[in-house]
Write a protein that binds this ligand. Sequence first.
Ligand code: A2P
Length: 351
Amino acid sequence: MPSPSTNPRQAPRLRRSPPVVAIIGATGAVGRELLGVLERREFPLAELRLYASQRSAGTVLPFRGNDITVAALNDSTFAGVDLALFSAGAKTARQYAPAAVRHGAVVIDNSSAFRMDPAVPLVVPEINPDEIARHSGIIANPNCAAIIALLPLWPLHRRNPIRRAIIATYQAASGAGATAMAELREATRAVLEGRAYPPRVLPHPYAFNLFSHDTPVDPATGYNDEETKVINEARKIFGAPELRIGVTCIRVPVLRAHAMALTIECEHPITADQARAFLSDAPGLRLVDDAERNRFPMPSEATGQDEVLVGRIRQDLSDPSGRSLALFVAGDQLLKGAALNAVQIAERLLP
Ligand code: A2P
């Protein structure tokens, strides 16, 4: 099979506007948000087609006042499709994205399948929009924790390069999909009612608990897959292969917004006030940094918001050189962490 990422016939922009758009994984947590984001941002569309697995064929989803029936994904799905938004996991993306590209569609894939392919752009539009132009059919949407961590670090990195970052995440259920969100709700109800709830989707009890991210740990490094993704994707998106970065990813019982503690060491001294000034007018961010009222970024306030909230900005006292800061952020995993970022990329592909 030819590498879809090196298809020389693929034009950088969509071949038609308004485009025919397909959502692959439309019934999933991110897929449903894609529908909402396309509607809210009035994305120009000739037609929207929805696909999922055979299990969901026939499901009806509302869009712009109409009902669209979900079809089962198959090889002929992509005839006439100009833009395919994939959010159906890495296996489905590997299997079907090449077919979409062969049919002339541009693919924006939310899975990890193509992210580290050097020929595939990995894009956060506020950070590296120029990467979009070098695509050859597939553009990768980064890992949700990577997007939410990197968006507030970029305005600092641009002015005072980050040499080292230590990231600790507090990740929501939505990152593991709609079934994990349902499990959090059901497990919480069961615990409150005094019933046993054996975990089905996630490996450990989720209600009133937290645990190390549910991806396999690489015995060679001790890092799990999620942590490794954040490390590798940060280096690729920032174009900083030498960036020193350590990450600890934790799943917490929150429905759909990730929070993170970020500690960074910059090349030159930096103050909290300087950082606040750099972050206050940066696109995609909202400063929530009110020490007097002890009001800082929270998942409950980030939920449903396009902006990533950033605050608790302070000098890292463990570094007497004055080059280190600590921050706390929260961002909606399904929006900026996934669907919104994908649609923002798509908007830049419109002719
Ligand atoms: P389905 O609902 O039919 O299982 P989430 O990340 O929330 O779990 O959602 C995953 C999405 O990917 C769902 O829409 C799911 O459809 C879809 N999906 C999973 N496997 C396939 C597949 N083999 N072909 C098409 N869609 C798939």
